[in-house]
Design a protein around this ligand. Structure first.
Ligand code: 5AD
Ligand code: SF4
Length: 458
């Protein structure tokens, strides 16, 4: 069997496994694009790959433990390949690499490359350095002054009809539980012109929906040409003019940055989908202060009232942390009460996980694990009953569905509602990428079933 020499101009196989948030999905796509000119082509399994990248997440404890167990599975594959005279270059990218790079090199010395989220445009030179000699190890967890976006290639594929586009990265808010300001670095907004150009490339490559990404996406304030600065709302209005771009979403937002112009955009930009992820984390003001969230519960509810006034069919999702240090039963009940009042279409909820280097991790008043678990179960059962009610209310309605991919049954297509619900429909005469009005006939655990109406494409 012939094995490609690293650095040779032949085809090599690349396997990327992505953990965590949507920005990591975006970053993985871009890493593949950076490596493509070297001959690397994506494959679906790591077994005999010439290069494996784990693009990691550090947001909660379990996330980094998963990486070490995955590395444990990859190590024998790497040795096998070496025994056959080949080489599997093993790289760990993303936020675990950024936060624990040095420890990772100690704990897993067989990892060839450790790189952070801000340096992957330099992957070709890292691969060259790592493969120059056996045993070379490379670590690059810089925060370069020149942003990586300046050195990334153009987008040539959209990976389907829905695409992600990073517009803002990093965070200056320093919530006391969160590693993001340390792993992704300080807040940075890409220039608006660069984003519009990338959006056009994605639409050209087949995207019909674009989700604008940022850890603090609604804090976006990018250079807009002519010396001015654009807000996220301004950017969304500009993107809405791109022919063929039917749906726009953005995530993740901070309640404090829900500005008047962004709320107004929800009312008058039809491409902006009526579904917003707006994390509040807790329904107790006392806990919000301890979390350094810089907003109160009443501010959040006022923002939601204004959003719903602008766009009455807006559905909401949120993130919650239970068992934050010092959270009393009473504080937790305030969270339940907030959820009862707002009514969420879906939500993510987590037990507080102490992260090294963050202020809350060294708080004395850590909550007992069993108490955290109890609170999480209570909150999740309330949230899932709200989600069920929201999904049930779709039955009998007609909603526009963006058809994304073939389903498992023949003639079946799977798409997404405006509220990101997966919708299964028998619509053999429709094409992927079409937006069709479908009549919702049933609700399943995690999806909706639908049938097409007569002529209704738009
Ligand atoms: N423990 C638990 N959940 C966390 N999140 C962030 N940091 C932690 C932590 N240390 C949650 C927040 C955030 C989401 C992405 O992950 O709810 O909004
Ligand atoms: Fe983390 Fe979001 Fe808080 Fe920033 S605003 S520190 S990303 S939770």
């Amino acid at each position: 069997m012939k094995h490609a020499e690293p650095g040779a101009n032949s085809t090599k196989s690349l396997y990327i496994r992505t953990y965590g948030c949507q920005m990591n999905v975006y970053d993985s796509d871009r890493m593949a694009e950076v490596l493509a000119p070297l001959g690397y082509q994506l494959v679906g399994e790591p077994d005999d790959a010439d290069m494996v990248i784990l693009n990691t997440c550090h947001i909660r404890e379990k996330a980094s433990e998963k990486i070490y167990s995955e590395l444990g599975r990859l190590r024998p594959m790497q040795s096998d390949k070496a025994a056959r005279g080949g080489r599997m270059v093993l790289a760990v990218a993303g936020c675990v690499a950024q936060a624990e790079g040095a420890e990772m090199q100690r704990r897993a010395p067989f990892v060839d490359i450790v790189l952070g989220p801000q340096t992957y445009h330099r992957l070709p030179e890292m691969v060259a350095r790592a493969t120059r000699a056996a045993g070379n190890r490379v670590m690059d967890t810089d925060f370069p002054v020149r942003p990586k976006f300046d050195d990334l290639p153009e987008r040539s594929s959209a990976n389907g009809v829905t695409a992600f586009l990073t517009v803002q990265e990093g965070c200056d808010k320093f919530c006391t539980f969160c590693v993001v300001p340390y792993t992704r670095g300080e807040e940075y907004s890409r220039p608006a012109g660069e984003i519009v150009a990338e959006a056009k490339q994605l639409v050209q490559a087949g995207a019909r929906e674009i989700t604008l990404l940022g850890q603090n996406v609604n804090a976006y304030h990018g250079a807009g040409g002519g010396g001015g600065t654009w807000s996220l709302a301004r950017l969304i209005r500009e993107l809405a003019d791109i022919d063929g771009l039917a749906r726009i979403r953005y995530t993740t937002s901070h309640p404090r940055d829900m500005t008047d112009d962004l709320i107004a955009a929800h009312g008058d930009v039809p491409q902006l989908m009526p579904y917003l992820h707006l994390p509040i984390q807790s329904g107790s003001n006392r806990v919000l202060v301890a979390m350094n969230r810089k907003h109160e519960v009443a501010d959040y509810e006022r923002t939601i009232d204004r959003l719903r006034a602008a766009r009455p069919d807006l559905a909401l999702s949120s993130d919650f942390i239970v068992g934050f240090p010092g959270e009393s039963r009473r504080d937790f009940e305030d969270t339940l009460a907030l959820v009862e009042r707002v009514e969420f279409a879906s939500a993510f909820s987590f037990k507080y996980s102490p992260r090294p280097g963050t202020p809350a991790a060294t708080e004395m008043l850590q909550i007992d694990e069993s108490e955290k678990q109890q609170r999480l179960s209570e909150l999740q059962s309330l949230l899932s009953s709200q989600q069920d009610a929201f999904n049930q209310a779709m039955v009998g309605r007609t909603i526009p569905v963006l058809l994304e991919k073939p389903g498992r049954r023949s003639g079946q297509l799977v798409g997404r509602s405006p509220y990101l619900q997966p919708v299964h429909a028998l619509a053999p005469d429709r094409a992927i990428g079409d937006i069709v009005d479908l009549s919702i006939t049933a609700r399943h655990a995690n999806s909706l079933a639908a049938q097409p109406l007569a002529e209704s494409s738009h």
